[in-house]
Design a protein around this ligand. Structure first.
Ligand code: 5RP
Length: 222
């Protein structure tokens, strides 16, 4: 199976985690695209009904709406039972690096509304230690040089993602060379640097369940 087939596999498996009759939190990315397609197929076949979804990006909003699934504003809900999203890296504790698709800020906002984060990914995303994937950080543009120096002091090398403006008007730094051995402490520290909108370490909002697509099927980590 190639990577696209593995994404379809976990996208389909994630539908089992959708609470019937409840608003669902929906993440962003190519794996989530597969999930939205599988969700739409179940709804169209009458196997599942939900009142709508809270989306973490314009990209997912468009796909949900095209599938006829109503998209609600995040401010319209007090809580979500489940949030389903992909990851760029996930470790065995459920800590993740996210933001490869530049949607990390809204992803963290929607994850914060949810009781349960269900991560969907192909098995190549499972790592021992976070940091091999360049860490995305959404920033206020005027802080770019200072934040680059701060990451350098941690041993990281930050590069501005060329031509990318997020759904919120922010820019993205991608930071290589980090080994994030304490994701909770790292997230807490970087989150308070002036000019950081969102750091792509999801430790406080870690996954409670991870569905990993592999050649021999879907593995569930809890
Ligand atoms: C977007 C994300 C995505 O969840 C992450 O980049 C994984 O994407 P894909 O499913 O395309 O591999 O964090 O901001």
């Amino acid at each position: 199976m190639n990577q696209d087939q593995l994404k379809q596999l976990v996208g389909q498996a994630a539908v089992a985690y959708v609470p019937a009759g409840q608003v669902l939190g929906v993440g962003t990315g190519s794996t989530v695209d597969c999930f939205i397609d599988a969700l739409a197929a179940d709804i169209a076949a009458g196997r599942l009904a939900i009142p709508g979804a809270v989306s973490s990006s314009e990209r997912s909003t468009q796909r949900l709406q095209k599938a006829g699934i109503p998209v609600l504003d995040a401010s319209a809900v007090e809580r979500l039972a489940v949030y389903i999203d992909g990851a760029d890296e996930i470790d065995h504790q459920g800590f993740m690096v996210k933001g490869g698709g530049a949607a990390l800020t809204r992803e963290k906002i929607v994850a914060d509304l949810a009781d349960r984060f269900v991560c969907i990914a192909d098995a190549s995303k499972l790592v021992q230690t976070l940091g091999k994937f360049p860490l995305p950080v959404e920033i206020i543009p005027m802080a770019a040089a200072q934040l680059t120096r701060r990451f350098a002091a941690l041993g990281g090398s930050a590069t501005l993602r060329a031509g990318v403006v997020t759904d919120n008007g922010g820019h993205i730094l991608d930071v290589t060379g980090l080994s994030i051995t304490d994701p909770l402490a790292f997230e807490a520290e970087v989150s308070q640097w002036p000019g950081v909108v969102t750091v792509g370490v999801f430790a406080r909002h870690k996954a409670q369940v991870c569905l990993l697509g592999a050649a021999d099927g879907v593995k569930t980590l809890t």
